[in-house]
Design a protein. Structure first.
Length: 248
């Protein structure tokens, strides 16, 4: 494992590389979820590295609790995170060892990865979505995003301060967004997995999203929550490993 840094509009994005960079190999870039950090993707990164891939984790700028990248949490939106991911992709596309680029995103990182895959299309070899937070625009319209409640017709400058300070831009930038239009258009191999007991992101979002991807391998983890643990995480890793061996 080695560290890397990428610049984006004066901010430094910091991350880690898992796998053997001494030879040309597929690269998979893993994006974490809301209020999380790159450590939450480490299990999947190690799974991919054991399969001979180069797995990359990184912290979004201002993207969570305990992140190592620059940036204020109150400035974070899904669109600043999209810029972060594009900067990381651009960095790894220039590395001699990068045979191809795939994306893996968890929760909000899944939403961001799906938007980027739509934009880059065939530059992304495959797309992996773990319980993608496609509910974010609907949550903004409802005026409740995780623990933050607000008037969606009068979004405040700060949604809340605990457990993380989140700015009004997080809601304001998505309140009029059609999430399916924002992600539709990627036609490469896609792996989509969601738990049936997810109380943060209703599984119906993924059930609908899978219809947008012509080459989608879809899995439901029975009784799986938002953020797999224990036997559910082991099952997710097994399925990811099989997909990576066939596709990445």
């Amino acid at each position: 494992m080695k560290k890397f840094e990428v610049k984006r509009e004066g901010l430094t994005i910091r991350g880690k590389i898992f796998g053997d960079v001494s030879k040309k190999s597929p690269v998979c870039i893993l994006s974490h979820g809301f209020m999380a950090n790159q450590k939450t993707c480490r299990t999947y990164a190690k799974t991919l590295a054991k399969e001979g891939k180069i797995a990359v984790t990184y912290d979004f700028c201002g993207g969570g609790i305990g992140v190592k990248s620059d940036g204020k949490t109150e400035d974070m939106t899904v669109f600043t995170e999209k810029k972060d991911l594009l900067a990381v992709i651009d960095f790894f596309k220039k590395q001699e060892y990068a045979e191809s680029i795939s994306l893996l995103g968890c929760s909000q990182g899944g939403f961001v990865s799906a938007m980027v895959a739509k934009e880059l299309k065939d530059q992304v070899k495959s797309l992996v979505l773990f319980y993608p937070a496609l509910c974010i625009p609907d949550d903004a319209r409802k005026g409740q995003m995780i623990v933050f409640k607000f008037d969606p017709k009068n979004i405040p400058d700060i949604l809340g301060n605990f457990p993380m300070k989140v700015g009004g831009g997080f809601a304001r930038t998505v309140v009029n967004l059609d999430v399916y239009s924002a992600i539709e258009g990627y036609d490469g191999p896609t792996f989509l997995i969601h738990g049936t007991s997810d109380r943060i992101v209703d599984i119906e979002y993924s059930r609908k999203a899978k219809e947008l991807y012509p080459k989608c391998e879809y899995h439901e983890i029975e009784n799986g929550a938002h953020g797999f643990k224990g036997k559910h995480d082991k099952e997710a890793c097994r399925l990811l490993k099989e997909f990576a061996a066939r596709v990445m």
